[in-house]
Ligand binder design. Sequence first.
Ligand code: HEC
Length: 168
Amino acid sequence: MKINVVILAIFSMGLSVASIAEDMMPNPSHNIAYPVGWKNWATIAVSHRIDNHTLRVILGNEIAVKAARSGQTRPWPDGAILGKVVWKEDKLKDWNTAIAPGKFVHAEFMFKDAKKYTATHGWGWARWVGTQQTPFNKGTQVCIACHTPVKNRDWVYTDPALFPKSIP
Ligand code: HEC
């Protein structure tokens, strides 16, 4: 009897945690679910756009980082997710020739699955805007049009940054 009550209590706690998480989850972008956990992914490269004054970090999930570190990027393997996170550039307060990330702009992702995404060149394309992570749903074509110059590089601009190889 007592055990049943405890089990019931644990069960309903679990349910409410699950529903809170669901409420906070951003809606899909281009029918793609939000890639939970991307803030803890590892770095593949960084870039600085001098025309629109933004800093970017290019991240990958485990499959993408492994591929990047071992040069398996033509094509990228199925299951790889590349992320690009963009901030407005700012000055580092205590060293004003250093550029630092300021206002958060957006996070966008390419999901590799050659079969599932055949119609969009083997990638699913999605973006979430601002700190509220509002889904961008203006159409994958916007992304593809701008990535067309690199269609021979599996649609990816970034070359993984060099990292020291000999040290784990
Ligand atoms: C105005 C042109 C343009 C548009 C539109 C655009 N991209 Fe990109 N994208 C780039 C460029 C250039 C890079 C190279 C790195 C950078 O921007 O710092 C890039 C890089 C990326 C990267 C990192 C991997 C790579 O290719 O280097 C991802 C992920 C990405 N874009 C996703 C998207 C998604 C998703 C969309 C649509 C919602 C999109 N992009 C729309 C130009 C664009």
